[in-house]
Structure formats: C-alpha cells, structure tokens
Ligand binder design. Structure first.
Ligand SMILES: Nc1ncnc2c1ncn2[C@@H]1O[C@H](COP(=O)(O)OP(=O)(O)OP(=O)(O)O)[C@@H](O)[C@H]1O
Length: 256
C-alpha cells in the first residue's frame, strides 16, 4: 500500500536554532499518528512543515494525491498546495478562533468550506451544515449564531465540523483539546474518536497530553530538542518506553 504521507529528512531552522531536524516517517490511510514532547521540542514546527504552513529548509513531504499519486508538497506550486489544503487536508487549531471566522454564523462557517470546493446550491449547503452541527453535538437552532456566542468547547466542535465537512483525507491537529476544561476535553476526545473511526480519517495530532494520544493515536513519535527520540505503536511506547526522556514523560504523568 502507498503511504498517504511520507516525511523524509525534514529540517527547519530558525537562524541557528533547530526547529526540527532529521524527521522521517510514513502515514498510511486510516492511521492516526500522535506527536508528543515538551514545550519547544519542535512539534508545531514539524506539523506546520507537513501542512504547508512553513517551508522546511531540507527534506520532502510527499503526499499521495488523488490525481497524480505521490508528489512532494514542499516543491509544488502555491496554488496546487492551496487547493490540496481545501480538498484533501484539514487543520484543527488549538484555538478555535484561529480556525473559524468569528464574524460569520456557525452555519456559514461550515458552508464556506463547502463553497470553497465548489458547493453552489444554498439549500444543500445549509442542509449539510445543519447535519454537521448535529454530528458535533450542536443544536440546529444555533445555526445562525456566531461562534463568539459559543462556549470554548462548542467553538472547538464547530471548528472540527468546518474542517471535516469536505471529507478530507488527512487532518492535522495542533493541541485540539488544549486550554479546555477537563470535562469538556473528555467529551471532545470522545467525539473526535468517533469521527476518526467512522470516517476512517488519517490524522496527525500534536499534543503534550499523553491521554489524548492514548485514546486517539495508533502510533506515537516522541520529540525532544527538535528530533524524534522514540517512535512506535502508542501502547508499546507508553507502556514500555525505551528512551530515558520518554520514561520521564510517562512517569511524570503517572505521578499526577
Ligand atoms: N518563529 C520562530 N522563531 C524562532 N524560533 C522559533 C520560532 N518558532 C519556534 N521556534 C523555536 O523552535 C523550537 C521548536 O518550537 P516549537 O514551537 O515547534 O515547539 P513545540 O514543541 O510545538 O512547543 P509548544 O508545545 O510550546 O508549542 C523552539 O526552540 C522554539 O523556540
């Protein structure tokens, strides 16, 4: 089977400081990869390099496109990459505000994504938007409300609906449950797990929360100082960490 995404020797520097370096891995269709590590370990830099939001200084990020098969997204033209980011990729930001249009209604936020990929019929766009509100557990009666009238958890669920309505093949998530209350996190995680399974989504989830990867990720990469220090099946890495840094991460959670 062809990997959906192949990351080869990706490196990003900020001046002399390493953002991430020497990162190599593949993701197959339907697979969820978690990336964990302490603050500053390079998780967001790597995620942004994969999602085309940052240009790596070295390496390739090869995506298996529907039309032309595997193509390096680092060297592809900007319009082609932008189109991929609308049709095949989704990006769920930690702060829902970064992924939503706050001045547009909830239904409009979802509908906008559909229009960006060619949706034109108002009735069917509104119908799909309402359907997706239901899927992320937001009442239909809120369809014309702006996101600013929503709680943090609702905003995050709306962001997820906006991202998934177009049926992307790969979802990038940056701390999707960060900054939310514990009970809100649990509900969101449950919802995400259901959607990932049901839609057979491939996803890359950056988090510092091991409970998130335990629940969602098939495989796990542990980063430290911009480099991957350990990788493997999530349960294996968490239950039997080999690298001293992973052992520290796991034990620090257990002590809480
Ligand atoms: N725009 C930037 N300019 C300079 N250095 C940066 C920039 N962004 C990140 N870095 C540096 O790159 C390294 C990796 O940062 P990055 O934000 O990718 O880590 P992270 O693991 O995502 O951290 P966090 O969990 O706090 O978001 C750090 O040393 C950071 O200081």
């Amino acid at each position: 089977m062809t990997p959906l995404l192949q990351v080869k020797g990706v490196e990003k520097r900020y001046g002399r400081r390493i953002g991430c370096a020497d990162v190599n891995f593949d993701i197959f269709p339907g697979e969820v990869m978690g990336i964990v590590g302490e603050s500053g370990s390079g998780k967001s830099t790597l995620l942004n390099c994969m999602a085309g939001l940052l240009k790596p200084d070295a390496g390739q990020v090869i995506f298996d496109t529907r039309a032309d098969g595997p193509v390096d997204t680092v060297t592809m033209s900007e319009p082609v990459r932008r189109m991929l980011s609308r049709t095949d990729w989704a990006f769920v930001h930690q702060h829902a505000r970064d992924g939503l249009r706050m001045s547009v209604s909830a239904g409009g936020n979802i509908g906008e994504r559909l229009m960006a990929v060619g949706g034109r019929h108002y009735g069917s766009i509104r119908g799909k938007a309402i359907d997706w509100l239901g899927r992320v557990e937001i009442e239909e009666s809120r369809v014309d409300d702006r996101p600013s009238a929503f709680s943090g958890g609702m905003q995050q669920r709306l962001q997820i609906a906006r991202n998934l309505v177009t049926g992307p093949r790969l979802v990038f998530m940056d701390e999707p449950t960060g900054g939310l209350d514990v009970s809100v996190q649990a509900r969101l995680l449950d919802l995400l797990r259901g959607l990932v399974c049901e839609m057979r989504l491939s996803a890359i989830i950056v988090t510092h929360d091991l409970a998130v990867v335990r629940l969602l990720a098939d495989r796990l990469m542990v980063m430290k100082s911009g480099r991957v220090v350990e990788a493997g099946l999530t349960d294996q890495v968490l239950d039997d960490p080999q690298h001293a840094y992973t052992q520290l991460l796991v034990s620090s959670v257990l002590q809480v």
